[in-house]
Design a protein around this ligand. Structure first.
Ligand SMILES: Cc1cc2nc3c(=O)[nH]c(=O)nc-3n(C[C@H](O)[C@H](O)[C@H](O)COP(=O)(O)OP(=O)(O)OC[C@H]3O[C@@H](n4cnc5c(N)ncnc54)[C@H](O)[C@@H]3O)c2cc1C
Length: 336
């Protein structure tokens, strides 16, 4: 039997597990995917790679700022750009409004998750399908396995959490979780021929945020995060409205082409990608996050729920949420 099982190896789950393990607790982390990081995601593409989830990190509070400093010292993160351009609803590109360091990982955002997850016991490729309370322990089921734990932390978006733990969650807790809505998002990743790198070097922006743009939520010259980029890579993320319309479209290639066409006026000289891939995010951003940093429901033993949707909708809120659950389990008074 495990002492503490954490379900979900995104930033919230990894942060929670890491803190518990550092305090001497025996922790195991489960994730349904083969890798780590959840929405902190990097796609490997021939000779290059791209961050198709989290674009960059920008700390607001002290605790997350310390993690960023640690990751910079470990040479996992570096300042990628100091200003993000903006794209207005009517398609006008505007210079950055404010300047502050935006951090990114030259080898890909998943390097951050790998760092957080080092030395942790992680069981990958196991989607937990049900959590049951049996006496004073928890039983976790996957399709073909079963585990027991004294305490459980569920670090998933609320709909996914309720799907596996709804039966052991009290009404108040499940009602609050059901209130949180997530937007979807669609990402197009385009790798251009190496001989277009000179054109990429001449672009005057690294990242563009769509502000109420009907199609585009984000464009990055993602290869500019690398130390010595050899070929241009664009990442184009849809607006929530575009994703809502095209999420179930059968022709993903067409969806990717539409996103790329939207980005083309700002990426002069980047033509005819060698690779075009599309990724759909079913749970992208919490629209109405809860003010609480975590939720707990009391059965024979407590079960904890955390994630970015507790307190925000960014990596920093996932970090704070996971961290606060660990503090709660360790009975430490958290001050951020
Ligand atoms: C396209 C996009 C761009 C973004 N850009 C930024 C950005 O630039 N900056 C920023 O700060 N934030 C950004 N975000 C938001 C950021 O990604 C999230 O806030 C943060 O990563 C959430 O972390 P989490 O741990 O709460 O959840 P997740 O990352 O969703 O982690 C949940 C984990 O649980 C696993 N899982 C799910 N169900 C099960 C199950 N049944 N059993 C086992 N495992 C399961 C999943 O595989 C996943 O690994 C972006 C999000 C998207 C989608």
């Amino acid at each position: 039997m495990f002492e503490i099982a954490v379900i979900g190896a995104g930033v919230a789950g990894l942060t929670c597990a890491r803190k518990l393990q550092q305090a001497g607790r025996r922790v195991v982390v489960f994730d349904k995917s083969r890798g780590l990081g959840g929405r902190l995601a990097t796609r490997r593409l021939a000779d290059t790679h791209a961050d198709h989830g989290v674009c960059y990190l920008q700390p607001k509070g002290t605790a997350f700022g310390k993690l960023i400093d640690e990751l910079v010292n470990e040479q996992i993160l570096r300042v990628w750009t100091r200003g993000i351009h903006r794209l207005s609803a009517d398609g006008v590109l505007q210079p950055p409004e404010k300047f502050a360091p935006c951090y990114a990982a030259p080898s890909g955002a998943t390097a951050i998750a790998k760092y957080l997850g080092q030395n942790l016991e992680i069981i990958n490729g196991q989607a937990i399908t049900a959590i049951s309370s049996i006496g004073n322990r928890w039983q976790l089921d996957s399709t073909d396995n079963q585990w027991s734990a004294e305490q459980v932390v569920v670090a998933l978006p609320p709909a996914q959490a309720l799907a596996i733990a709804g039966r052991v969650t009290d009404t108040h807790c499940s009602e609050r979780m059901s209130l949180v809505n997530f937007t979807t998002s669609i990402t197009a990743i385009a790798v251009f021929p190496k001989n277009q790198q000179t054109a990429a070097d001449q672009l005057t922006w690294q990242g563009i945020q769509g502000i109420n743009h009907p199609v585009l939520g984000w464009i990055s010259l993602d290869s500019s995060k690398q130390l010595e980029p050899l070929q241009p890579v664009l990442v184009v993320q849809s607006s929530a409205a575009f994703a809502a319309e095209y999420f179930d479209a059968p022709d993903l290639e067409m969806v990717g082409q539409r996103l790329l066409a939207g980005a083309a006026p700002f990426a002069m000289g980047l033509n005819s990608p060698e690779i075009l891939q599309v990724h759909r995010w079913g749970y992208a951003f919490a629209q109405n996050p809860l003010p609480d940093l975590f939720l707990t429901a009391q059965a024979e033993a407590p079960i904890y729920f955390c994630g970015d949707w507790c307190g925000g909708n960014r990596v920093e809120s996932a970090f704070l949420s996971g961290s606060t659950v660990a503090e709660k389990i360790l009975d430490i008074h958290a001050v951020f």
